[in-house]
Design a protein around this ligand. Structure first.
Ligand code: ADP
Ligand code: MG
Length: 300
């Protein structure tokens, strides 16, 4: 290969906001046959708004609940955390992360924290099982919270194995996401979604995109994303993965090319990826593939 042509192409990619960690990666980009996109923070903006927040069956005071949730979420860097902290603050609750005595992240599920002698879990339905929260309780609560039905994502707050809070949040797709996926398709590259979020949230994003994605895979743990990337590599060929989260890092490393969101992404995703997008503009993804294809032709 000619180093000059490759170097020039790397410079062009950098100028369009894609930092590529080496010339061989650019060539791999030109060979991509299928693209896998993470949902939250990649296809969507990762800027959540809280639609509703409920105390279940008057089990605790709302101010108490918001204090626990915001204090524990202050220790999380998940896009949902910022929205929950801001929501509590808008209700004049001051989070005190220094009072959280234990903290743990369950990737693809949610978080755990201890505060005021209480054991609190916050997250999706998987966190319910983790916290040994009674399922019956959950079904009753779901029926009670009719206004949560249309929401994209539902969050649960469990205190000492009891469901005490439910909230709903929504997040919107990035501008250009549908166009980027259509451009990839016109280049013969299929796109699929890999998300840790629920099937409902995955379908919601797909609707916003006008149904451009070929497959939706939801409720995935980080290792499920890795397994699916490995499967795409054998079934379809050279695979691209685009993601932002800590939960995407292993899948980004497994893909032939992993692209992270450089400004909003987690440190782990940025580190394990092969290239970094310096803005939220995912239209740069098909552009980069095109550049990769041209580079391969030049150096062949
Ligand atoms: P994605 O793959 O779409 O980026 P994640 O794996 O980051 O999603 O998260 C999966 C799900 O876990 C979220 O949709 C949410 O329900 C739950 N979750 C993760 N982190 C948190 C948090 N800090 N607070 C509440 N829920 C969380
Ligand atoms: Mg994400």
């Amino acid at each position: 290969s000619t180093p000059v042509a490759t170097f020039c192409a790397l410079l062009r990619a950098a100028r369009m906001g894609l930092l590529i960690k080496g010339g061989n990666i650019l060539e791999s980009l030109g060979e991509i046959r299928i693209a896998a996109f993470d949902k939250t923070g990649t296809i969507t903006r990762g800027e959540f708004s809280i639609n509703a927040f409920h105390v279940v069956e008057d089990k605790v005071e709302m101010s108490q609940l918001l204090y626990w949730v915001s204090s524990i979420e202050s220790k999380s860097s998940h896009p949902m955390a910022a929205a929950l902290v801001e929501y509590a603050q808008s209700k004049s609750i001051r989070p005190e992360p220094e009072n959280v005595t234990e903290f743990h992240i369950y990737h693809g599920e949610g978080i755990y924290g201890a505060i005021s002698g209480k054991h609190i879990y916050i997250g999706n339905k998987k966190i319910m099982a983790r916290s040994s929260c009674r399922a019956l309780n959950h079904i009753q609560a779901d029926q009670e919270m009719d206004d949560l039905k249309g929401a994209t994502t539902i969050g649960h707050v469990i205190c000492d194995s009891d469901l005490v809070g439910l909230f709903s949040l929504s997040d919107n797709c990035r501008t250009g996401a549908a166009k980027a996926i259509k451009e990839l398709r016109s280049m013969g590259i299929k796109s699929v979604m890999l998300t840790g979020d629920s099937a409902l949230a995955a379908r919601h994003a797909q609707e916003q995109l006008g149904g451009v994605l070929e497959e939706l895979h939801s409720e995935l743990l980080p290792e499920d994303k890795v397994r699916l990337i490995a499967k795409l590599k054998t079934s379809t060929g050279p695979t691209l993965m685009v993601g932002d989260g800590m939960n995407d890092a292993p899948a980004l490393a497994t893909a032939d090319v992993g692209i992270s969101m450089g400004l909003s992404g987690s440190a782990a995703a940025i580190e394990t990826s092969h290239a970094m997008l310096m803005s939220g503009d995912i239209l740069r993804v098909p552009k980069a593939v095109r550049l990769g294809r041209r580079t391969r032709q030049t150096i062949a």
